[in-house]
Design a binder for this molecule. Structure first.
Ligand SMILES: Nc1nc2c(ncn2[C@@H]2O[C@H](COP(=O)(O)OP(=O)(O)OP(=O)(O)O)[C@@H](O)[C@H]2O)c(=O)[nH]1
Ligand SMILES: [Mg+2]
Length: 317
């Protein structure tokens, strides 16, 4: 559902991104929470802001036991591309294999459980944009690394990955869903997205049937094979939808449209947000013209008009 957030929200969001200290961040986040309209469409954003506030108030996590004791395990990975997708799951589900086959990263993939010990980032090309994919150390019923919990909290999309080669498939699913709950992310009622990997493995089809029979109504299950690539396109498309983003195409007056370089914005963003994303000087544009199914060709739009996926915007400075 579109969040339709007011322009002030985006202004604060930019300030938040530029903020240097936690104190600054905290006061901006509190202001964001104050001005944001509270309705169904803004729920996700509101809960994200609340978490960020809680996290700052709690203070930085400290390392226990190992090393100097100075390093924080609650690692935050800066977002890149159109959205941050964090792969979560039990050992050997194939998270690293997904990263290895679908992104530019080269993680270690192995039949030994717990091969991955620190998060690793890769970029996944989708149409004319890229998703940031983060592979994480596996989780168990008794233990989740704090860094994995932090990543789950901060992700644009936490993405459970379980394996259709596992006889503990249903338990595996429970473990990841418990983590989502702990991180206050989506619960089954919201139709959580689940990747059922290793579709090519022996017995996978039967296990998929079982999974669907038990959980087909509560989860949106995407069967894939990280090895052969089967099922991946439907999954990428769903990730795009789930990220709640849109693409607009900038056009300089008298120049062609830049189809390869869309501006990626959250649903509900305005013409002004698009201008700002291009360059800070564009915020002062004199007027803008727009093309798209929602508009008359080339009609003039105001800064606070909401833009739609696929719109072409021409800024006149
Ligand atoms: N047949 C098949 N094997 C797969 C697939 N995905 C992963 N594997 C194999 O499963 C094993 C575990 O894969 P990883 O990607 O290392 O698993 P992980 O989820 O990262 O698990 P950790 O070791 O805890 O990091 C490896 O031997 C992979 O080659 C798949 O889609 N099909
Ligand atoms: Mg791994």
């Amino acid at each position: 559902m579109p969040a339709n957030l007011p322009p002030t929200y985006y202004k604060l969001k930019h300030q938040h991104e530029a903020a240097k200290t936690d104190e600054e961040r905290l006061s901006i986040l509190e202001e964001m929470l104050r001005i944001i309209p509270k309705h169904k469409g803004s729920e996700k954003v509101v809960s994200d802001i609340r978490h960020r506030i809680a996290k700052i108030k709690k203070g930085p996590a400290t390392a226990g036991g190992k090393g100097t004791g100075k390093r924080s395990y609650s690692e935050h990975i800066p977002k890149q591309g159109a959205g941050q997708v964090v792969l979560l799951g039990p050992p050997n589900s194939g998270k690293s294999q997904m990263l290895a086959n679908f992104t530019n990263a080269k993680p270690e993939v192995s039949p030994t459980p717990y091969t991955t010990t620190t998060p690793m980032v890769g970029m996944l090309p989708y149409e004319n944009i890229q998703f940031q994919i983060i592979d994480t150390p596996s989780i168990t019923p008794d233990f989740v690394l704090p860094t994995v919990l932090t990543l789950t909290r901060n992700a644009d999309l936490p993405l459970p990955v379980i394996s259709l080669a596992s006889d503990n498939l249903l338990d595996d699913l429970d473990i990841v869903v418990a983590l989502l709950g702990e991180a206050d992310r989506e619960t089954p009622e919201n139709g959580t997205l689940i990747v059922a990997n290793q579709l090519d493995a022996a017995g996978a089809a039967e296990r998929l049937d079982i999974l669907k029979e038990f959980y087909g109504d509560v989860f949106r299950i995407f069967p894939i094979s990280a090895e052969t690539g089967e099922g991946k396109d439907a999954l990428w498309q769903e990730i795009y939808t789930e990220l709640d983003i849109l693409r607009v195409y900038p056009k300089a007056p008298g120049k062609p449209i830049e189809h390869d370089e869309p501006i990626v914005l959250p649903t509900g963003a305005t013409v002004l947000d698009a201008a700002r994303s291009l360059h800070k000087d564009f915020a002062e544009f004199r007027f803008a013209r727009i093309w798209g199914p929602e508009w008359h060709d080339g009609q003039s739009v105001s800064r606070n008009d909401v833009v739609y996926d696929g719109d072409i915007v021409e800024f006149h400075l």
